[in-house]
Every structure is written in C-alpha cells, then in structure tokens.
Write a protein that binds this ligand. Structure first.
Ligand code: FES
Ligand code: FES
Length: 169
C-alpha cells in the first residue's frame, strides 16, 4: 500500500506492506535509524516516537495507522543539523545516557512531557518515563536531565536580570 505521512516536518510518500509497523517503516523504508528496535513487543519503549505530538511505541503501531499524521523521530528534534535540542543537551550535561540505546525514546518522551507540562514534579517525570526501560543509568541522571531541560526551557524567554534593570529610554 502507498501511504503519505509527515515525518519530521517533511511530507513522505512510502510504499509498505499492510502489516508493516511504523518502526520498520521508519527504520527500513525511510532509513531513519535513530529510532531503536528493542523488544518489538511493546515492553521497553525504546522505539518511542511522537505521533501527532503524543509518544507511541512504534513497534505496536502499523505504518498505515500513521497515514496523514505527523511523526517526530529523534532526527527531528534538533533545531538545525549539528545542533542539539535543549532536552538532548541536558541529557549530555547531566549524563542521562551511557550506552545510549534507550536515549532516543527517552528524549522524545521528555520532549512530549515538557511540551505539555513545563514544570513537572520529580514524580511526574518518573511517571512519564516509566514506560521507557534503561539498563544502564539507574534513572537518576535521566530524571535530572529532564529537570535541567525543564528549567532551561522555562527560562528561555526570560530577560537577563541586568537587562531588566536598565532604565527605559
Ligand atoms: S521495541 Fe517497541 S516497545 Fe520495545
Ligand atoms: S543508556 Fe543504556 S539502556 Fe539506557
């Protein structure tokens, strides 16, 4: 079957078998291999992508179900080639990854959380990432990374204190 979907802001037309999962469509057909294949049974969350802004396990979604929808993969979160999103940068700085296998799914889950809740509590962050399994970090640094990203995103539009104190001209 032929499908049209928007992937990372770009309209893509793909030819896939009826039973093709979104995960395989992204990795095999579109060669967006940043989306990782883990258990392929809906357990680990490694394959998480955003479908119309909501995190989904792409191994459990048929490509056909994404017809006409907007898909965001890890390749689509950075503002420009060679740059990192605020969340990606926070993961690096807070050491929120070791092997990095779970990281694309974690980052996308965090991006979705912070888009809807700019000031999540620690409990809300833990709850949000509870469906994404990591074998390496013990989660503490991942939670810290999301907290750091939240602070930075909230202050992104705040004028520096010195600028606020300047008298109006
Ligand atoms: S690969 Fe999809 S949930 Fe594990
Ligand atoms: S960093 Fe290795 S599985 Fe999470």
């Amino acid at each position: 079957m032929e499908l049209t979907l928007t992937v990372n802001g770009r309209a893509r037309r793909v030819q896939v078998e009826d039973r093709c999962t979104l995960l395989d469509c992204l990795r095999e057909t579109l060669r967006l291999t940043g989306t990782r294949a883990g258990c392929e049974h809906g357990v680990c969350g490694t394959c998480t992508v955003l479908l119309d802004g909501e995190p989904v396990r792409s191994c459990l979604v048929l490509a056909a179900q994404a017809e006409g929808s907007a898909v965001t993969t890890i390749e689509g979160v950075a503002p420009a080639p060679g740059e990192l999103s605020v969340v990606q940068d926070a993961f690096c700085e807070a050491h929120g990854m070791q092997c990095g296998y779970c990281t694309p799914g974690m980052v996308l889950t965090a991006e979705a959380l912070l888009a809807g809740n700019p000031a999540p509590t620690r409990e809300e962050i833990v709850e949000a990432i509870s469906g994404n399994l990591c074998r390496c970090t013990g989660y503490g640094q991942i939670v810290e990374a999301v907290e750091l990203a939240a602070v930075r995103l909230r202050s992104a539009n705040t004028r520096p204190a010195a600028a606020r104190m300047e008298p109006a001209k």
